[in-house]
Design a binder for this molecule. Structure first.
Ligand SMILES: Cc1cc2nc3c(=O)[nH]c(=O)nc-3n(C[C@H](O)[C@H](O)[C@H](O)COP(=O)(O)OP(=O)(O)OC[C@H]3O[C@@H](n4cnc5c(N)ncnc54)[C@H](O)[C@@H]3O)c2cc1C
Length: 471
């Protein structure tokens, strides 16, 4: 590969990771200057692909000595610009070559993996050994890494039962700004297995969950695993009103019946996702898809019966199981074809389930005001049950052509305001949410974060400017 060795640390970094694993070639840099959304920031000055914790330590030490910023990256599959540098001269650490399964500990049901491992690969490797994960990765899990998800609070497959990604981690290995390696959870004890997150001292794992790479570089993560469950039941239920659908959705989620529970808020959303699906159900305006997974067949069937009883009690109609089967079986391939509708503009966030109708009232008014459908801009408004009683809200609009982008962005910005005004809290932040989130954040919260940041990273080497609103 031709290189354009202008970065002052090129030679030193190459001596750590080997020449093929470092580049400041403008073509490579250009490829690394975006994630999966339209937002832009600074380009990294140099891209490095370490293969071991020792290499990460050496790079961090070198950068700390020289005062050179470091931005860790996984699949660069985020949709909020989180992995993009905010300052020039940054070293981007691409961790995807650190992708080994380090240990499956069947005694304590945990798996320890390197942070650059992609979710799809991890799921398949565990399946071969007779295990499943709890949370199974964001819908972008063909590309997204375990380290990226844990750093950005990502949410997705099986969060209805197991919560968002950080709920599923037991221990982290983190390279700190001084180059030392911290092991959290039971990892404080060199003689212990990695079996618990909360032990003996404060929970230090949580400090690094969702830190957007600002407090250290995660090199290993330990996740909970569960026995593989092959008995699956599916059910799609339709409702005349969103209010009825939400009431049933809330009840199913509260009772913890499903592995995955997804609501499509209106008819347009179903038409965009599954064209024609509701053609023979003109009275249906909202629906949910429910998936139960158990190690016991009778239990799986009974749970779906209970879901049906709840749906019927709220005026629901049985729509079969096409949508839920598509949803579950396609796994990470489910959402990629949606790009055929145009470029995505998302509003991914968390909210209490009963507030979904309030959100939708606000966004329907925006769609109407901007005549989105007449302008060829489709949408999908969906919600994924998470943990016990909250949900993600995904209202995504699809801008079909460049000339519609200004209109799309106007509507989208209003949608983001509506999300915050109706009590939504983004799960990840990045350039997408940061200014809006900061405008609302209590000062005690940010003061505490900055005190921690200063103590751990006094020279501000990791991801400078993140959480400042600066861009
Ligand atoms: C088609 C599609 C579907 C998607 N679906 C979802 C979804 O359902 N839910 C969802 O949450 N997101 C979704 N996303 C976004 C994306 O897949 C997730 O946010 C994913 O978790 C990002 O992981 P990544 O490895 O690509 O992280 P990156 O984008 O590379 O990085 C994310 C953040 O983590 C930091 N970071 C990365 N690795 C490390 C590390 N080892 N140590 C410290 N910091 C690190 C980065 O600096 C950055 O701040 C989707 C994206 C696409 C394109």
């Amino acid at each position: 590969m031709a290189t354009n060795s202008v970065h002052p640390l090129h030679a030193d970094i190459a001596s750590i990771v080997g020449e093929p694993n470092v580049s400041d070639n403008p073509v490579i840099i250009s490829a690394y200057s975006r994630d999966a959304c339209h937002l832009t920031a600074e380009r990294p000055a140099i891209v490095v692909m370490p293969r071991s914790v020792e290499e990460v330590q050496a790079i961090v030490k070198l950068c700390a000595e020289r005062g050179t910023p470091i931005v860790p990256a996984g699949g660069r599959n985020g949709i909020c610009g989180a992995c993009l540098p905010r300052t020039d001269n940054a070293v981007m650490l691409d961790l995807v070559k650190m992708d080994r399964i380090v240990k499956l500990d069947e005694d304590v049901m945990t798996v320890t993996v390197e942070a650059g491992l992609r979710w799809a690969e991890l799921i398949h490797r565990l399946d071969e050994r007779g295990y499943k994960l709890g949370f199974r990765g964001p819908y972008g899990g063909n590309v997204g890494t375990v380290g990226g998800s844990v750093s950005i609070n990502s949410i997705g497959y099986a969060a209805s039962k197991y919560g968002p990604s950080p709920e599923n981690f037991v221990s982290l290995e983190v390279v700190l700004a001084d180059g030392r390696v911290l092991r959290t959870g039971t990892g404080w004890n060199p003689d212990a297995q990695l079996f618990g997150r909360y032990s003996t001292y404060n929970d230090l794992t949580g400090l690094f969950l969702g830190d957007h790479g600002t407090l250290g570089v995660k090199t290993k993560v330990t996740l909970k695993v569960y026995p593989k469950a092959t008995h699956i039941t599916y059910g799609d239920f339709g409702f005349k009103t969103l209010e009825n659908a939400v009431a049933a959705f809330h009840e199913v989620q509260k009772r913890g019946l499903t592995e995955e529970l997804n609501l499509l808020a209106d008819r347009q959303s179903t038409d965009t996702f599954f064209p024609g699906f509701l053609d023979s159900h003109p009275e249906i305006h909202s629906m949910f898809a429910s998936i139960v997974q158990e190690t016991d067949e009778v239990l799986a069937k009974r749970k779906m019966e209970i879901i049906r009883e709840i749906a019927f009690a709220h005026g629901g109609k049985d729509l079969g199981n096409f949508a839920s089967q598509m949803h579950w079986r396609e796994l990470f391939n489910l959402v990629q074809p949606l790009y055929n509708n145009g470029f995505w503009l998302n509003t991914c966030h968390l909210r209490p389930i009963p507030t979904i109708p309030k959100l939708m009232k606000g966004v329907w008014a925006i769609f109407e005001r901007h005549k989105l459908l007449k302008n060829g801009i489709k949408w999908i408004a969906s919600c994924l049950g998470s943990e016990r009683t909250y949900a993600t809200g995904w209202v995504t609009i699809f801008v079909p052509t460049k000339d519609k982008m200004d209109l799309g962005l106007r509507a989208w910005n209003e949608m983001l305001d509506t999300v915050i005004a109706t009590g939504g809290c983004p799960y990840w932040n990045g350039l997408l949410w940061e200014k809006r989130a900061l405008a609302k954040t209590r000062s005690e919260f940010m003061d505490t974060y900055w005190a921690v940041k200063k103590a751990l990273d006094p020279r501000g080497v990791f991801s400078p400017m993140v959480f400042t609103g600066g861009d």
